[in-house]
Write a protein that binds this ligand. Structure first.
Ligand code: GTP
Ligand code: ZN
Length: 302
C-alpha cells in the first residue's frame, strides 16, 4: 500500500471521490466515524488498490464554506476562492437566501459575485436590478455579472476570464439556470457528472451531490440547490464582522458594548434610519442574532 496526495472531487454519503496528483481517481472512505471531509479538500490518501483508498488526513484549508443550524453543520466546500451566486430574471429568487450566502462567504473571507442569468427575458430585468439595489448588494461592492446562459459563447467570453486561476463555487436556487451556466462554461460537464455519479454508485443522474470540476485553467464547484441556509455558527463577533458595512457606524454608538439592537444612541440604527445602511440587511442582522440565541437554547434543551 502506498500513500498519495489528492483533492476531493465529490462526496456522496461517506464515499469520497479523490483525484490523486498522479491523475488517477479513487473511491475513498474515512476511518471511524470521521465525516468532516469536504469537496475541495486536499487530502493524504492510503491507496488500498487500483480503485479504492482511505483518507488519512486533510491539509490545512484556505477557506471553508458551510451552513449550520442548532445541531448540524453542513459543509459546502473547502478551498473555495470565490463564490458565485446565481439568480435569474425569472422565476423569482429569494433575496434572503442570497443575503445569507453572501454572509456565509464574508464570514469565511471569500469574495463573492452575483450572476444574473436569463437577461434575454427582458420583462423582469429592470425589476430584478432594482431588487438587487433594494437589497443593498451593489453598495457592498459585490459585482453583478449579467448573462444569458443560453448564449454559451457570450457567457464564456464574459465569465471565463474571471474563473482563471480561481476555485469558484456556484450556488443557486433551483430554476435559476445553474446547470445551463455550468454547461456553457464546461461543455462536457454532463458526461463528467455522469462518470462521477456512476463511480460513486449514487444511482442517480441528477446533480444531487457537490462536485468539483478540475480544468486546465480553473476549478469550478457545483452544489445542489438548497431551501434553507442556517448561519447558527455566526456568534456575535463573527456576525458583526460579516456585516462589514456596519463597521464605520459603530464608532458612533453611545455604549462601547452596544449590540445594535435596542440600545439608545446606536450609530448603526441611526445609519439605518438615515438610509446609509440597507434596511433589509439590518433586519437580517436582527434575525440572525435571534436565530443564534435560539440555537444556543435548543442545544441546552430549553
Ligand atoms: N430564457 C432563458 N432560459 C434559461 C436560461 N438559462 C436557463 N434557462 C432555463 O431555465 C430553466 C432552468 O434551467 P436549469 O439550467 O435547469 O436550472 P437549474 O438552476 O440548474 O435548476 P435545477 O435543475 O432545477 O436545479 C430551464 O428551462 C432552462 O432552459 C437563459 O439564459 N435564458
Ligand atoms: Zn450600536
Amino acid at each position: 500500500m502506498s500513500q498519495g496526495q489528492g483533492q476531493v472531487l465529490a462526496s456522496y454519503g461517506r464515499h469520497y471521490l479523490v483525484e490523486l496528483d498522479t491523475g488517477s481517481t479513487l473511491i475513498c472512505y474515512t476511518r471511524g466515524k470521521r465525516n468532516d471531509v469536504a469537496v475541495g479538500d486536499q487530502v493524504t490518501v492510503t491507496v488500498s488498490n487500483a480503485s479504492q483508498g482511505v483518507i488519512e488526513a486533510i491539509q490545512p484549508r484556505a477557506s471553508l464554506l458551510y451552513r449550520s443550524d442548532a445541531f448540524r453543520t453542513k459543509l459546502f466546500a473547502a478551498n473555495v476562492s470565490q463564490l458565485w451566486i446565481v439568480i435569474a430574471t425569472e422565476p423569482h429568487f429569494s433575496p434572503e437566501l442570497v443575503q445569507r450566502a453572501i454572509l456565509a462567504a464574508q464570514a469565511a473571507a471569500i469574495p463573492c459575485a452575483i450572476i444574473l442569468n436569463k437577461i434575454d427575458l427582458p420583462a423582469r430585468l429592470r425589476a430584478t436590478r432594482e431588487q438587487l439595489q433594494e437589497q443593498g448588494i451593489p453598495a457592498l461592492q459585490i459585482p453583478v455579472y449579467e448573462i444569458s446562459a443560453h448564449d454559451a459563447k457570450a457567457t464564456q467570453e464574459h465569465l471565463l476570464p474571471k474563473l482563471y486561476g480561481q476555485t469558484t463555487m456556484l450556488m443557486g436556487q433551483s430554476g435559476m439556470g445553474k446547470s445551463s451556466l455550468l454547461n456553457a462554461l464546461i461543455p462536457d460537464a454532463q458526461s463528467r457528472t455522469q462518470a462521477i455519479s456512476t463511480a460513486l454508485h449514487s444511482g442517480r443522474h441528477t446533480t444531487t451531490f457537490t462536485q468539483l470540476y478540475r480544468l486546465a485553467n480553473f476549478r469550478l464547484i457545483d452544489s445542489p440547490g438548497f431551501q434553507a441556509f442556517g448561519l447558527a455558527h455566526l456568534d456575535d463577533e463573527a456576525r458583526l464582522a460579516a456585516f462589514s458595512e456596519f463597521h464605520a457606524h459603530i464608532a458612533h454608538c453611545r455604549f462601547y458594548n452596544c449590540t445594535h439592537h435596542d440600545e439608545p444612541g446606536c450609530g448603526v440604527r441611526a445609519a439605518v434610519t438615515q438610509g446609509e445602511i440597507n434596511a433589509a440587511r439590518y433586519a437580517l442582522y436582527r434575525q440572525l442574532t435571534a436565530e443564534y440565541q435560539s440555537a444556543i437554547q435548543q442545544r441546552q434543551g430549553w
